[in-house]
Design a protein. Structure first.
Lengths: 286, 288
């Protein structure tokens, strides 16, 4: 008798909790997503296409692709090297090093931008060095408020993304096989290629996707370091410029540009989920 | 790596370092970390130490900046609390129940990680404004969201929710059902069982999620600045916005002073999360 009431109660609780969950996710996350697409098409498809065709947008798209590629490339390289150092060996200060790598996770992106201004900007200690190089080579390399600054800022905010995914996988796999291979005389790179890489390839891809997604949408850090529309603006900055210029047309245009990033985000989300599922399935068998 | 080769050999022997590449990978790791992250951040400190303490204190205690800190900290605290409540519910539903659309619901949780913050910012701002769908509905009952503190909280809830759900989910999955069973057999009802048996087990994970959501909210820029209205008079400026404002006025001293305080808060949060996680792993190791 008592058992039955508990089951009924639990059924009611289940229904209520599931409803709350769907309402929360629907209202807080899904409606905003759909509203971007609805807003972007509110002046018709012709307007949508024309607002994507401006030279500001195509320039911003190029810079965004460049910055994202740089971030994924640099941070993948870093992730592979750092996870090898942090999981295959034990040494003093390992925990500290691992914490330091996570710093970009916990600081405001605006501060990342400020950090590069303080390094390479007019007041920065590295400014004379850059100037010296420019004088010696006859070049005119600018870092702050130029494309290198945008790339650096994007690399900064996505720095730990790949290593964070690889370290737990490599820790869980242990080092026995690599040690055996090394004792049998295999060289470092061939150990990595034929033993380590197959174990981490999905985690690596997953980390690269996370890094890609974050780099694509980075705003705060780049905002501090990029001031010229049409030259050093990325897509999020172009969206900001369009939105803040305030006319009804430019606001719709900013949603149109946003819609490209949203479509990318949804594709990334689906890829992530497929990969996550794959990872889970694999570890379930082992 | 300036150790003598004899010493290095000894160390290799001691720790069984047969896998090659230690010096090379550690060297590259430290070099990249220093060049890209640590040295630029240290530049902020170097600049800050060159400032006079009185200028620093004057900036930090100016009315504008004090309000910005109060706004950022209180809004992200409230948002982290809201996220903790809904995070526990979402994680519970996703782990304990089977229902139609579960995988989609699970996948959608990560939406805020994938959507660029500026895009989230302009949509939320539009949606909750007087003319937007939610803004209109809430306006009927007299609640204004866009350009108020409520708007800042909404944006921080949006970006913070995945942190809490993803922190709790794995712990809840591993939680042994026998304690709950025992609690029921001993005559406790569902409410007591949840608050006295399940919740204490989830506490470290919940604290981690709370801390991550709070840390993210306090430094948040892109998703907040459109919906907040950034009015000094109404105290709706967040700290990141004030730093950016100072940068735009080329007021590097003030920007650095505020950033320094933010860095200290971030490090304290990082420390807090690390301590919680170390304690959590000790706990799970004890069980295993």
């Amino acid at each position: 008798m008592e058992k039955k009431t508990r089951r009924e109660e639990s059924k009611a609780a289940k229904a209520i909790l599931i409803t709350i969950s769907f309402l929360f996710v629907g209202l807080m996350l899904v409606v905003p997503l759909i509203s971007i697409l609805v807003n972007s098409l509110s002046k018709g498809f012709g307007f949508y296409l024309s607002s994507l065709g401006t030279k500001f947008v195509s320039s911003a798209l190029k810079i965004t692709i460049l910055a994202t590629a740089a971030a994924v490339l640099v941070n993948t390289l870093f992730g592979l090297v750092a996870s090898w150092a942090l999981t295959r060996f034990s040494f003093k200060g390992k925990q500290v090093l691992s914490t330091l790598i996570d710093i970009p996770f916990s600081i405001s992106p605006v501060i990342a931008g400020l950090a590069y201004i303080m390094t390479f900007g007019r007041m920065g200690w590295a400014a004379p060095i850059v100037e010296g190089i420019n004088n010696a080579l006859g070049t005119d390399i600018q870092i702050v408020f130029a494309i290198p600054g945008v790339l650096l800022a994007t690399i900064f905010v996505t720095f730990p993304f790949v290593s964070r995914e690889l370290i737990p996988v490599l820790n869980a796999e242990g080092t026995d096989e690599e040690e055996a291979a090394a004792l049998m005389g295999a060289k470092g790179f061939s150990i990595f290629k034929s033993i380590t890489f197959p174990k981490i390839k999905w985690a690596l891809l997953y980390g690269m996707i996370l890094c890609f997604a974050r780099a694509l949408g980075e705003f705060g850090a780049v905002h501090a370091l990029s001031k010229t529309r049409g030259k050093t603006f990325t897509l999020p900055l172009e969206i900001d410029a369009l939105y803040l210029s305030g006319s009804a047309d430019s606001i719709v245009a900013s949603f149109a540009v946003s819609s490209i990033l949203v479509i990318m985000a949804v594709i990334i989300l689906i890829l992530r989920n497929l990969l996550e599922h794959r990872e889970k399935g694999k570890s379930g068998i082992v | 790596m300036s150790k003598s080769s004899a010493e290095q050999k000894k160390q290799t022997k001691k720790q069984g370092r047969v896998i090659p590449g230690f010096g090379l990978t550690l060297g590259i790791t430290i070099a990249m970390l220093s060049l890209l992250i640590l040295i630029p951040l240290a530049s902020i400190l170097v600049y800050a130490f060159k400032m006079s303490p009185s200028a620093f204190i004057e900036t930090i205690t100016s009315e504008n900046v004090r309000w910005a800190f109060l706004t950022s900290i209180s809004a992200s605290l409230i948002a982290a609390l809201i996220n903790s409540v809904f995070g526990v519910i979402l994680a519970w539903v996703l782990v304990r129940y089977d229902f139609f659309g579960k995988r989609i619901l699970d996948g959608l949780i990560e939406l805020p990680f994938c959507i660029p913050t500026a895009v989230a910012g302009i949509t939320l701002s539009k949606l909750y404004s007087d003319k937007g769908m939610f803004g209109k509905a809430l306006g009927v009952i007299g609640i204004k969201v866009s350009y108020t503190h409520l708007g800042i909280i909404v944006a921080m809830v949006f970006i913070g929710i995945p942190f809490v759900v993803r922190a709790i989910q794995p712990v809840l999955e591993k939680l042994d059902g026998q304690y709950e069973e025992a609690s029921y057999i001993l005559g406790a009802d569902r409410k007591t069982t949840f608050f006295r048996v399940v919740l204490p087990e989830l506490r470290p994970a919940l604290l981690t999620g709370f801390g991550l959501s709070f840390a993210r909210g306090i430094g948040e820029y892109g998703s907040v600045i459109y919906i907040s209205g950034n009015s000094a008079k109404e105290h709706t400026q967040v700290v990141s916005y004030v730093i950016m404002q100072k940068l735009n006025y080329m007021d590097y001293e003030s920007a650095t002073s505020i950033a320094l305080v933010m860095l200290v808060i971030s490090f304290l949060m990082l420390l807090f999360i690390n301590i919680v996680q170390v304690r959590q792993s000790r706990r799970t190791n004890d069980v295993a």
